[in-house]
Design a binder for this molecule. Structure first.
Ligand code: PLP
Length: 414
């Protein structure tokens, strides 16, 4: 497991966490977006300084360089997730990856009577696109719910909700709110037994920054994630799709670089991934994502997972007996790197604002999971989320200042 010394040395790579910045911040909001190491920042700067050109177009040196950066990046992403390079489509983020599928798969293939199954854990970006598809195609949108105690998906819903009419199963692999880790591999297998032409879509936004992933092992048809939650810049994301599944879909955006031949009245299109990458792409973002993956790989995803698991458990053990807290995360099973809670009778925004005065950054609100909050009888909650650059000392500060919030707001304690 990563030692304290290793973590301290890792922290020096992050300007925000290092002594370079004179504000003393405990950043517990990595589920929203991670901080960026200098290796990523320098790579992006280096790209714009010395490699910048429009990829796939220029025959000149820089044009070739930019194409190399872009396509080498695609190979790095493919290796990281166990895919082939032509199965990696660059997008802006998870939201765009899922919307692409909602339009080109959902709108094009579903009809009245078909079913889309999602879970109540979904982030709005894997929920509203399917509401939209259901409304347009008259397909039925169905949910798999969670057990309110364990926050795990209900076994009976797993059995009953997916039927031979289910054409799309879209689900998160790790909840950004409860931290629930979903055994998507098992669900994909079960779903295929029930419905032979089902397409499976995994929202990996909160999984891939923390765990080793192999899409071939999961056997999902599609997998979506965002670079900015895994050390890369904002504005770069990925849609993985099985080669055949991608090539069976029509393009989403139309324009430059996704075409084969264009005539006055018609055009033919390239195969995936290019057919889904119309217009000038975010090569600087790909450079940043490439460097972020190299950085994560240099530490090792198994090491990262083990360290975060123990750090989150450490935090959980400290908060679980605080009688002024309601917890919405459990650790009975393995869970993600988040702890979600409320201080009884105190609005989450007040909690977050008071913690901010002590230099603690947590998230408050509905975390883009309003249906999940409503299902749990909540309007909003507080969320502390951890990354491998956080420390036990930071967790201790977080707990100590939670107690300050309690005292300030006149709440009792054991
Ligand atoms: N899915 C999950 C589980 C998330 O936590 C998030 C963001 O928090 C998203 C999707 C959307 O990610 P993005 O805003 O990068 O598209």
């Amino acid at each position: 497991m990563l030692s304290k010394e290793q973590i301290q040395s890792i922290r020096q790579d992050f300007p925000y966490l290092s002594k370079e910045w004179d504000r003393d911040i405990v950043y517990l909001d990595s589920a929203a977006t991670t901080q960026k190491p200098r290796q990523v920042l320098e790579a992006v700067e280096g790209y714009y300084k010395f490699e910048n050109a429009n990829p796939h177009r220029g025959a000149h040196y820089l044009g070739q360089k930019a194409t190399e950066v872009y396509e080498d990046g695609r190979q790095v992403v493919a290796d990281f997730i166990g895919a082939k390079a032509n199965e990696v489509v660059f997008t802006n983020n998870t939201t765009q990856s899922i919307n692409t599928l909602a339009y080109v798969l959902g709108l094009n293939t579903l009809k009245e009577g078909d079913e889309i199954v999602i879970t109540i854990l979904e982030h709005h970006s894997n929920l509203i696109p399917w509401q939209f598809v259901a409304e347009k195609t008259k397909a039925k949108l169905k949910y798999i719910y969670i057990d309110k105690e364990t926050k795990a998906l209900k076994e009976e819903d797993l059995e009953n909700q997916i039927t031979e009419k289910t054409k799309i199963l879209a689900m998160t692999q790790s909840s950004n709110t409860t931290g629930t880790l979903v055994d998507v591999k098992k669900m994909i297998k079960k779903a295929r037994e029930k419905s032979k032409d089902i397409k499976t879509i995994i929202d990996g936004a909160q999984y891939i920054p923390h765990h080793k992933l192999n899409v071939k092992d999961l056997d999902c048809d599609f997998y979506a994630f965002s670079g900015h939650k895994m050390l890369a810049p904002m504005g770069i994301g990925v849609l993985y799709g099985k080669e055949e599944a991608l090539n069976n879909l029509p393009p989403f955006f139309y324009g430059g670089e996704m075409i084969e031949y264009v005539y006055e009245d018609r055009a033919t299109f390239l195969k995936a991934p290019m057919r889904f990458e119309a217009g000038t792409q975010n090569v600087g973002g790909v450079k940043g994502l490439t460097e972020a993956i190299k950085y994560l790989d240099s530490i090792g995803m198994e090491e990262i997972a083990a360290y975060e698991e123990s750090l989150t458990q450490y935090a959980y053990d400290k908060v679980k007996d605080l009688d002024f807290l309601d917890l919405y995360t459990t650790r009975e099973d393995k869970k993600g790197s988040v702890i979600t809670f409320n201080l009884k009778e105190i609005h989450p925004h007040d909690v977050a604002s008071i913690l901010d005065t002590y230099g603690l950054a947590i998230r408050s609100g509905h975390h883009c999971t309003q249906p999940l909050h409503r299902y749990l009888g909540l309007n909003a909650s507080c969320r502390a989320s951890f990354a491998f650059y956080n420390t036990q000392e930071e967790v201790d500060r977080f707990i100590a200042h939670l107690d300050d919030v309690r005292r300030m707001m006149g709440l009792g304690s054991k």
